[in-house]
Design a protein around this ligand. Structure first.
Ligand SMILES: NC(=O)c1ccc[n+]([C@@H]2O[C@H](COP(=O)([O-])OP(=O)(O)OC[C@H]3O[C@@H](n4cnc5c(N)ncnc54)[C@H](OP(=O)(O)O)[C@@H]3O)[C@@H](O)[C@H]2O)c1
Length: 260
C-alpha cells in the first residue's frame, strides 16, 4: 500500500480483525499509525510488532459520547496530524428486538454510527484546511438488507453507508476522499460476539480479514465511493436492486437473521 507511505492513519478497532489487518498492511507500506480501541494490551502488542513506523496507542471506549472529542484532543497532544481516518470499530448482535436490552441496542448505534460521525467531523475539518485527506468507513453488506432478527445492526450499517456515500460527494471538492467498505461475512472475533453459534452454511462463505482489509485500502487509495469485497457479496448487493423490498427483507431474515 505505497499510496499512504509517509502519511499517518488513525484506525479505530485496531485491536483485532479487519482493523488489525489494515494496521499491518498500512505499516508494511510505510504509513505511520494511531491505533484506537479499548484493549490496550492488544494495541501495545501490535504497536511493538510494527516497529518500522511511528505508532501511538489511544485507549478509548467509543460507546462514550465524549470519546471522539477525547481521541481528537489526544492526537493533538501527541502532536500527530491525521491524514487518513479509518472508522472501523463496530459490533453487532444477532438478536430479535425484544431479546436484546435497550442498552445493547443503543450501544450498537453509539459505536457504529455516533462515534463514526463525530470522529469524521473532528478529523475532516483539519483535512479540509490542508486540502487533502482520506476517510474509510467500515459498513457491511447488511447495509443493503433490512434484516429481521438483526434489525438494529443492519440499520446502523445502512446509516454508515448512506452517510459515507453522501460525504464522498460533499467532501470531494475539498480534496477529501471518503470510501465505504461493505464486507460480507469475515473471519474475525465479530462473528463470535454476533452469534452464539455460527451457521455452517454461513461459515463457508466467510472471507479472510486480510483480504477484506486489502480491498478496503485499495478502494480508498483509488478513490472508490463503495467497496464490496468478494464476488458472492457483490452478487448479494446486486440482488437487492432487482427484487421487491419485502422479498429482500424476508430473504435476509431467513439467511442472516436465523437464530441458533
Ligand atoms: N466480521 C464480519 O463478518 C463483518 C461483516 C461486515 C462488517 N463488519 C464490520 O467490520 C468492522 C470490524 O469488525 P471485525 O469483523 O474486525 O470484528 P472484531 O474482530 O470484533 O473487531 C472489532 C473492533 O472494534 C473495536 N470495538 C468494538 N467496540 C468498541 C468500543 N466500544 N470502543 C472502541 N473500540 C471498539 C474492538 O476493539 P476492543 O474490543 O479492543 O475495544 C475491535 O478492535 C465492524 O465495524 C463490523 O461491524 C464485520
Amino acid at each position: 500500500m505505497q499510496t499512504f507511505n509517509g502519511k499517518t492513519a488513525l484506525i479505530t478497532g485496531a485491536s483485532s480483525g479487519i482493523g488489525e489487518q489494515m494496521a499491518r498492511q498500512l505499516a508494511a507500506g510505510g504509513c505511520h499509525l494511531i491505533l484506537v480501541a479499548r484493549r490496550t494490551d492488544r494495541l501495545d502488542a501490535l504497536a511493538s510488532e510494527l516497529g518500522a513506523v511511528t505508532v501511538d496507542v489511544i485507549t478509548a471506549d467509543l460507546a462514550d459520547p465524549l470519546a471522539a472529542d477525547d481521541v481528537f484532543e489526544r492526537t493533538q497532544a501527541l502532536g500527530r496530524q491525521v491524514d487518513i481516518l479509518i472508522n472501523n470499530a463496530g459490533f453487532g448482535f444477532q438478536k430479535p428486538l425484544l431479546s436484546l436490552p435497550m442498552t445493547d441496542q443503543l450501544g450498537m448505534v453509539d459505536v457504529n454510527v455516533r462515534s463514526l460521525l463525530a470522529l469524521t467531523q473532528r478529523f475532516v475539518a483539519p483535512m479540509v484546511q490542508r486540502g487533502q485527506g482520506w476517510v474509510l468507513n467500515v459498513s457491511s453488506v447488511s447495509a443493503w438488507f433490512p434484516i429481521p432478527g438483526m434489525a438494529t445492526y443492519a440499520a446502523s450499517k445502512a446509516a454508515v453507508l448512506h452517510l459515507s456515500r453522501a460525504l464522498h460527494e460533499e467532501l470531494k471538492p475539498f480534496g477529501i476522499i471518503v470510501s465505504v467498505l461493505c464486507p460480507g461475512g469475515t473471519r474475525t472475533e465479530f462473528s463470535s460476539l454476533a452469534r452464539e453459534k455460527m451457521d455452517p452454511d454461513l461459515e463457508k462463505a466467510m472471507m479472510p480479514a486480510d483480504r477484506v482489509a486489502a480491498a478496503g485500502l485499495q478502494g480508498l487509495a483509488s478513490g472508490k465511493a463503495v467497496v464490496v469485497p468478494g464476488v458472492l457479496y457483490k452478487l448479494m448487493v446486486a440482488v437487492t436492486r432487482v427484487l421487491p423490498g419485502a422479498w429482500v427483507a424476508r430473504l435476509a431474515g431467513s439467511v442472516m437473521g436465523r437464530h441458533h
